[in-house]
Design a protein around this ligand. Structure first.
Ligand code: NDP
Length: 445
């Protein structure tokens, strides 16, 4: 790492003790930014990096609710409003037992660069709770969401902060959250949340956007080597929103997705994942992946283990952070891996990224490859602001343009800084310069 940035990094890490995921995200970005500071010493003088690493506002709150047996439960809620240089804070809410401040800050920090790369007018933020919706009834999820919004509503707004979904927060949760916001404020403020239902202000393609966008970005990377998804053997981790839609898009482009996973195990389906059956099991019935294997001939289910033990030419990690380590990366490289497109946020450890880059594997980092979700959220905000709704075809066309644009910007930035094909560097520098310029112009705030 550049010596000038090393001491800033040390200060940031010491100031945020015990937040391992946030540290990891900060170090990865800092490692790319030395050359930018050679060209822009004014960023150092204005302490842009130090300011960028300190959220503009961090909100932590109590979320009390009653379960179906009448017992009081208490969870912790978070919203980190990280950076508003380019627009209102924008980023999802995650409901998962692993959520704590360090996870929310890593996600919010990544979101700043991702949102800048989309070219849309959105700042970076993230939130969530350690609440676990799995195994909870709809009524319990509703009571939790209502309690969560009863505090959150005072901090958000169409021009202030616009949350959306993430792990554990899908259409059901956004519906309950929006209903409570409307009830408390007596405002039908469509632009306050994205990921809404299609009949009440949502956008077509938003549910598909992150998975589709990841595949579009990866397709653009493959094109630089004269190839495409057609005929590739693909392994996807996860079986949630991002994973299912990545599987659907990859197969529509001619690939065979032979495996996917959940937090209990993985399935191997050499004929190619049956997307309709997967959607029924996971989205309609809210079941486990094991049930997919029970209902389809020729599919094996592996309890526990790692989906990265399955050979692939393209890997799409779409589950969670740090799910693919250096050992798994080396194994995938030995099996003939060509490309990795990160649908999840920071799913590859720093060791894994090093293995991929060393081996010349095309590597699309999450902050670029999975930006299609937030970009389509921004398209949802546009439709809400103009009281309009666009067709599926038009919206998908916009998503495709945006993803191709992000790919090309990352590639051009990597070329400009003398590291062709380094999408990590391209994404970090491309996102950073845009935010840094805006911060500089807006003065010391
Ligand atoms: P979902 O909740 O819909 O699905 C998450 C999937 O990942 C599930 O299959 C889940 O398995 C699995 N998973 C979650 N945590 C773990 C864990 N600790 N270990 C193993 N598997 C796990 O979430 P999304 O699909 O929305 O999000 C997936 C990733 O994509 C996240 O990193 C998220 O931040 C990122 N992302 C999402 C966007 C969106 O629009 N939704 C936008 C950009 C990025 P199980 O069911 O067993 O828990």
């Amino acid at each position: 790492m550049d010596a000038r940035l090393e001491s800033i990094k040390d200060t940031v890490l010491a100031w945020n003790p015990g937040e391992a995921e946030f540290h990891q995200a900060v170090v990865e970005v800092f490692e790319s930014l030395g050359p930018v500071h050679d060209r822009h010493p004014e960023f150092l003088e204005a302490a842009i990096l130090g300011r960028l690493c300190e959220p503009e506002r961090q909100i932590i709150f109590r979320v009390p609710w009653t379960d179906d047996s009448g017992r009081v439960q208490i969870n912790r809620g978070f919203r980190v409003e990280f950076n508003s240089a380019l627009g209102p804070y924008k980023g999802g809410l995650r409901f998962h037992p692993s959520v704590y401040l360090g996870i929310v800050k890593f996600l919010g920090f990544e979101q700043i660069f991702k949102n800048a790369l989309t070219g849309m007018p959105i700042g970076g933020g993230k939130g969530g709770s350690d609440f676990d919706p799995r195994g909870r009834s709809d009524a319990e999820v509703m009571r939790f969401c209502q309690s969560f919004m009863t505090e959150l509503y005072r901090h958000i707004g169409e021009y202030t902060d616009v949350p959306a979904g993430d792990i554990g927060v899908g259409g059901r949760e956004i519906g309950y959250l929006f209903g409570q916001y409307k009830r408390i404020t007596n405002r039908y403020e469509s632009g306050v949340l994205t990921g809404k239902g299609i009949s009440w202000g949502g956008s077509l393609v938003r549910p598909e956007a992150t998975g589709f966008g990841t595949v579009i970005f990866t397709q653009e990377m493959l094109k630089t080597r004269g190839t495409s998804f057609d005929g590739q053997r693909v392994v996807v981790s996860g079986s949630g929103n991002v994973a299912v839609n990545a599987i659907a898009k990859a197969q529509a482009l001619g690939a065979t997705v032979v495996a996917c996973s959940d937090s209990s195990g993985y399935v191997v389906d050499e004929a190619g994942i049956d997307v309709e059956l997967l959607r029924t099991v996971k989205e309609v019935e809210r079941g486990r992946l094991e049930e997919y294997a029970e209902r389809r001939a020729g599919v094996s289910y592996v309890d526990g283990g790692s989906v990265w033990d399955v050979d692939a030419t393209v890997a799409l990690p779409c589950a969670t952070q740090n799910e693919l380590d250096g050992g798994a990366a080396a194994r995938l490289v030995r099996s003939g891996l060509l490309a990795v497109g990160e649908g999840a946020n920071m799913p590859s450890t720093r060791d894994a990224v090093a293995v991929f880059q060393e081996a010349g594997v095309l590597f699309g980092p999450g902050k670029a490859a999975n930006a299609g979700g937030v970009a389509t959220s921004a398209l949802e905000m546009q439709q809400n602001a103009s009281r309009d709704s666009w067709s599926f075809e038009h919206t998908e066309e916009r998503l495709t343009e945006i993803m191709v644009g992000i790919h090309d910007r990352c590639a051009a930035t990597a070329d400009e800084y003398g590291e062709p094909g380094n999408y990590v560097l391209g994404a970090n520098i491309g996102g950073f310069v845009k935010v840094a310029d805006a911060m500089l112009t807006q003065g010391l705030i």
